[in-house]
Design a protein around this ligand. Structure first.
Ligand SMILES: Cc1cc2nc3c(=O)[nH]c(=O)nc-3n(C[C@H](O)[C@H](O)[C@H](O)COP(=O)(O)OP(=O)(O)OC[C@H]3O[C@@H](n4cnc5c(N)ncnc54)[C@H](O)[C@@H]3O)c2cc1C
Length: 377
């Protein structure tokens, strides 16, 4: 079988590597380097108590690889302890409790903390701005570049052909399979896997497949100067996701956690988003942020129900979707790639993914069949 994977972010390389033992795989990436778009712009956290219920088992099922990758593929551990502190002011207590209930119901270790306990974990929090908090001890920093590189190594070792600077322009299907055009190159084969991130619906359109109604959403992050003592702080996130910050070496990575819909593009930070985050974080803490060292914006892309879209298209089964990663595309990638590969190859779902409780129907693009127009409404 010959498979074309479109997209060289974390999703594309993950499915390509998982396909490699069973198929001749070509991966195409528009940009001159892999991971240029959203994958290279994340906050790099494993945060299990986050995302829709259908997506969360993909995080848990990825932990094995993240904690214990094949040594030959990595130069250093992929995870480092961090912990996540979700804080709520008095008007956020109901939401905090709902977050606690959801996390524990889905099997994540989450503890309730008092305001004093929260401040002891991050002394920059103003006591008056925190009424209570949640603690997720297993939240961890992910070495995203190391993770991506490890999977690229696995893929290349398995014979995956990687073509950067190569954009899928269009593809047609006939009785003998797909013919795809990328510049002067023509590829012929059996299955196309769409791992094009924010461009997922664009790629579908170029292949004559109905879109599923993906919504790219801007999210900005920026670095501010910190102090060595802050490096041990956890990730601190406001329960309504109005801001977060986490140590990154001696700097703090901050975000307004905005979700502003836009077209697929190479986004740049807007001053107003950075200013909003500084204002909100300064109100909740004693950090008194004034200086921004660097900033960036990436597109977190969601389906209308915010659950990832993984599996063969309902009308065109030789077109396989791996999109809608939203805010958890890094931490879910090892499992999502293996799931997409099994579905593309029509092979059994790996036992560990079944044991993790992955609900193939809930993730399937078939959930949009017949009402795709509704999905984009
Ligand atoms: C600020 C921020 C913080 C985040 N924090 C976290 C976090 O802490 N943990 C987490 O798990 N996730 C996080 N995320 C989300 C995560 O980064 C994404 O879910 C993930 O990177 C999506 O990966 P992807 O491979 O689907 O998309 P991308 O990395 O965008 O890759 C898609 C690729 O497809 C290519 N492409 C598109 N069209 C074509 C074409 N026609 N031909 C060839 N190539 C094409 C694009 O050039 C692109 O490189 C965060 C995101 C942002 C922006």
């Amino acid at each position: 079988m010959r498979v074309l994977v479109v997209g060289g972010g974390i999703a594309g390389v993950s499915v390509a590597a998982a396909l490699a033992p069973h198929a001749a795989v070509t991966l195409v990436e528009t940009e001159g380097s892999l991971a240029y778009h959203t994958t290279g712009r994340s906050a790099a956290l494993y945060f299990e108590n986050y995302g829709t219920p259908a997506t969360r088992p993909l995080s848990r099922a990825s932990l094995g690889y993240l904690r214990d990758p094949p040594p030959v593929l990595v130069d250093a551990p992929l995870l480092a302890p961090r912990g996540a502190l979700t804080v709520a002011a008095a008007d956020g207590l109901d939401r905090l409790e709902a977050t606690y209930v959801e996390g524990t119901a889905l099997g994540t270790t989450v503890e309730r903390l008092t305001a004093e306990e929260a401040v002891s974990l991050c002394p920059a929090l103003r006591p008056g701005s925190v009424a209570a908090a949640l603690w997720e001890p297993e939240a961890a920093d992910i070495d995203v570049a190391g993770l991506h590189q490890s999977i690229v190594r696995a893929g290349r070792g398995g014979g995956v052909e990687i073509l950067t600077g190569t954009e899928l322009a269009g593809a047609q299907r006939d009785g003998s399979g797909w013919t795809a055009r990328m510049g002067d190159t023509v590829w012929r084969g059996d299955v196309i896997v769409n791992a094009a991130g924010a461009w997922g619906d664009v790629v579908a359109g170029r292949c004559g497949v109905e879109p599923v109604g993906l919504i790219p959403m801007r999210r900005t992050a920026f670095m501010v100067p910190g102090e060595p003592a802050w490096a041990a702080w956890p990730m601190v996130v406001e329960v309504g996701h109005r801001w977060y910050f986490k140590p990154d070496g001696t700097q703090l990575l901050c975000s307004p956690a905005e979700e502003n819909a836009c077209e697929p593009c190479d986004p740049r930070p807007a001053e107003i988003d950075v200013a909003l985050a500084i204002d909100r974080i300064n109100q909740a803490t004693t950090l008194a942020i004034r200086t921004v060292r660097s900033s960036w914006t990436g597109l977190r892309t969601f389906a209308a129900d915010r659950t990832m879209v993984i599996g063969p298209d309902a009308d065109c089964p030789d077109f396989v979707w791996l999109v809608g990663q939203g805010g958890t595309g890094i931490q879910t990638a090892p499992a999502a790639g293996r799931l997409a590969a099994a579905l593309a190859l029509d092979r059994p779902i790996p036992g560990d993914l079944v044991d993790a409780g992955i609900d193939v129907a809930a993730l399937s693009p078939s959930r949009f069949a017949g009402n795709r127009r509704d999905a984009t409404a």
